[in-house]
Design a protein around this ligand. Structure first.
Ligand code: PBG
Length: 312
């Protein structure tokens, strides 16, 4: 009876697994603040991606963990055709051509300032950043990325990226925009994983104020008009009301990012014996689907996909 009357559903086909890649072909470095996740050399990255693919997860999103010596104020390493991320994309597309490779577009993994845009005199310069993001997206598409996902929150970047992709012949590459992204403390473990925390200041001048919901309509309208194919809300559960609003506002597919802090809260509470990780994870993901997310990015994607095989 419950199965016949259930409103929301969850399947591995709804999930995307975010992964961290690092130099050192076979190296794996556990991320202390994200139990169960590690920075992966390309070899282990391919193994984890294969597990995801075999479980029916359609895509992975890649984040490069770079050492300080390749970081600079303009993130120049991001367009290096033989840079770490570009090599990882090529290796994945060669090993698993049917697995979607989604790449993050923002300066922070490459920036010596740890910001998503270029810092000039202590301020983030939106317009100086746009061509850099566009070139980064083209470099990722050249390497084989199927979907580029700008997470930087600069204004006008979706259009800049779409035009640059089209001009480079990448008309088939889609844009998943981190459209409604809040200045959230729930990104803490992710910034540990990449060592990408801002070296000074915070991200409040470009990411949204957690107090604001109505503002999401402006972000949605702009990204739709600029050519985004999928719109994301981030973080996930604390912003379920915003996911619901975005779902009502747009016919485009909606994604939610169940971010690092949300994952770590469950893992660590479970390690201490206070929460049932499996059930809390499945409930969190189902709630994101109920709120209106078509697609969920989650560090628990492999766990969820395995659990779904027998879940009632
Ligand atoms: C940065 C980026 C962040 C995340 C994805 N892309 C962090 C930030 O904006 O500081 C966070 C993901 C997570 O916490 O899981 N462009």
């Amino acid at each position: 009876m419950r199965s016949l009357t259930r409103e929301a559903t969850l399947s591995p086909g709804n999930l995307v697994l975010p992964l961290f890649v690092q130099e050192g072909e076979t190296k794996q470095t556990p991320i202390p603040s994200m139990p169960g996740h590690a920075r992966l050399g390309i070899q282990p990255l391919l193994e984890v991606a294969k597990q995801a693919f075999d479980l029916g997860i359609p895509g992975v999103e890649l984040f490069p963990a770079l050492t300080d010596d390749v970081k600079d104020p303009r993130g120049s390493e991001s367009t290096n055709p033989s840079g770490l991320l570009q090599r990882a994309i090529r290796a994945l597309k060669q090993a698993l051509p049917e697995l979607l490779v989604i790449t993050d577009v923002a300066l922070d993994p490459y920036s010596s300032d740890g910001h998503d845009g270029v810092v000039i005199d202590g301020l983030i310069d939106n317009d100086v950043t746009l061509p850099i993001l566009a070139a980064m997206a083209v470099a990722q598409a050249d390497a084989g990325a199927d979907i580029v996902s700008p997470s930087d929150m600069m204004d006008g970047r979706v259009r800049a990226i779409r035009e640059a992709l089209d001009a480079a012949g990448h008309t088939q590459v889609s844009i998943l925009s981190y459209c409604v992204k809040y200045a959230s403390a729930f990104y803490g473990p992710f910034r540990d994983a990449l060592d990408s925390a801002p070296r000074s200041g915070d991200k409040k001048s470009y990411q949204m104020d957690p107090a604001n919901a109505r503002e999401c309509e402006r972000e949605v309208r702009l990204d739709e008009a600029e050519g985004a194919d999928i719109l994301m809300v981030k973080p996930g559960l604390p912003y379920a009301d915003v996911i619901y609003r975005v779902r009502q506002l747009t016919p485009l597919p909606v994604a939610a990012y169940h971010v690092s802090g949300e994952y770590t809260m469950l893992k660590v509470a479970a390690e201490r014996g206070f929460l049932d990780y499996d059930r809390c994870l499945m409930e969190s993901l189902l709630c994101l689907r109920r709120a209106g997310a078509d697609i969920i990015f989650t560090y628990g994607a492999l766990d969820a996909a395995r659990l779904l095989a027998t879940w009632k």
